[in-house]
Design a protein around this ligand. Structure first.
Ligand SMILES: Nc1nc2c(ncn2[C@@H]2O[C@H](COP(=O)(O)OP(=O)(O)OP(=O)(O)O)[C@@H](O)[C@H]2O)c(=O)[nH]1
Ligand SMILES: [Mg+2]
Length: 370
């Protein structure tokens, strides 16, 4: 899973990135020319420890999230066009984290002269809407030139695309992000190559100052109700504080968190919210002495889960042996689960559930293209 941090300049993206990944990238105006960063972090999941006790595997492999920290996008950027590397980085993201500045810091003054999260939230939203509008309009212009040159019988695909893009143009011009539209799978597929920014699910992250630590949730409460969009969630984090906590020994950090009533580190929280936003669940496999956690879209079938592990497993899929972790935990081992009859045999259409432990049986000869 790819999660990309976006935001206005000096909103605290790199600080959030450091807090989430444990890296120590330079932050603030003194960091020199802003640059983008990448890091892969394991998805925290306490269930892996239980699986370790059951399987005693040689290797325990958690799911992974790749975080990307982009350079700030200033007000007015859409007019000149966002740089291609930013568009590409957003294009490869499964979800965006929109970092909104809500902290005071005289050492790194807000470029607009004042801290106003509601204003900043709308500012970047507008830049994204305008960028998408530009992409859609340019494509529509091309289609208007191309379609008349085609024989009537060959115009259908282009005309369908044109109708879809006109619908998108109306939405964007009216200030509606594309994630709010009901688009079918075929429509989404036809938009795939365009890197449309407002199509991505987004987590709004209010980066609050240390002085707000004892009343976390205030901004979400104030701004949330008026900011109603689909595929969107909000969270409040004090990135500076989380970053510093991340550099302490875990036990000490946990103690500080407890004092403030924060139950989990920012990384766990953000990843959990991203999973929820994207409708992901986790299933587990035990193959070649390795227990591994896999993310999967809710509603996916057993054969799709097999395909996430290996395309060969999907092509030659025979059946899946499935047991929930809770049931397996009670039985104590796969052999015992089999003996008790709780290890189920499921076909390709079985809907995989969160916490399922799956073994895929497949025919390897079928998986080879001949
Ligand atoms: N007091 C306080 N300062 C913060 C917080 N988060 C970030 N800062 C400071 O704000 C400045 C900007 O932070 P960065 O993380 O570099 O911001 P950025 O969005 O990555 O900036 P660009 O990449 O230049 O757009 C730095 O001086 C940080 O130390 C916070 O929660 N509290
Ligand atoms: Mg930065």
């Amino acid at each position: 899973m790819h999660v990309t941090l976006v935001g206005l300049p000096l909103s605290g993206k790199t600080t959030v990135f450091n807090a989430l990944t444990g890296q120590e990238q330079a932050t603030g105006p003194a960091a020199g020319r802003p640059e983008s960063h990448r890091a892969v972090v394991p998805v925290p999941d306490a269930r892996l420890e239980r699986l370790k006790a059951i399987f005693d595997p040689q290797k325990l492999t958690p799911a992974e999230v790749q975080f990307v920290d982009l350079v700030g996008i200033p007000e007015g950027a859409a007019q000149e066009g966002l740089p291609p590397q930013i568009l590409a980085a957003i294009g490869e993201a499964d979800a965006l984290v929109h970092v909104v500045r809500a902290f005071e810091n005289p050492r790194a003054p807000h470029p607009a002269g004042s801290v106003d999260p509601a204003r900043d939230l709308e500012l970047l939203d507008t830049e994204f809407l305008l960028t998408d509008l530009g992409i859609v309009e340019r494509r529509l212009e091309r289609l208007e030139q191309e379609i008349p040159k085609l024989p009537r019988s060959e115009r259908e695909i282009q005309e369908r695309e044109q109708a879809l893009l006109q619908r998108l143009r109306t939405a964007l011009a009216g200030g509606t992000p594309l994630r709010d539209l009901e688009l079918g799978p075929a429509e989404l597929k036809s938009l795939h190559g365009f890197n449309l920014l407002t199509l991505r699910p987004v987590l709004i992250l209010f980066n609050v100052g240390e002085e707000s630590l004892d009343h976390m949730g205030r901004l979400q409460h104030e701004l949330g109700p008026a900011y109603i969009h689909q595929s969107m969630d909000m969270v409040e984090i004090c990135a500076q504080w989380e970053m510093e906590l991340g550099q302490l020994p875990p036990a000490e950090a946990a103690e500080f968190r407890q004092e403030l009533g924060l139950s989990e580190p920012a990384t766990a929280r953000i990843i959990r919210l991203a999973y929820k936003l994207l409708g992901l669940l986790t299933f587990f496999t035990f193959v070649s002495e390795q227990v591994r956690a896999w993310p999967l879209r809710r509603g996916s079938s057993a054969v799709e889960a097999a395909g996430a592990v290996h395309t060969d497993m999907a092509r030659g899929f025979i059946r899946a042996e499935v047991v929930s972790l809770a049931a397996l935990d009670q039985a104590g081992s796969i052999a015992e689960a089999r003996r008790q009859g709780i290890l189920r045999s499921e076909g390709r259409h079985y809907q995989v559930q969160d916490g399922d432990v799956c073994t895929f049986l497949f025919n390897p000869t079928k998986s080879v293209d001949r």
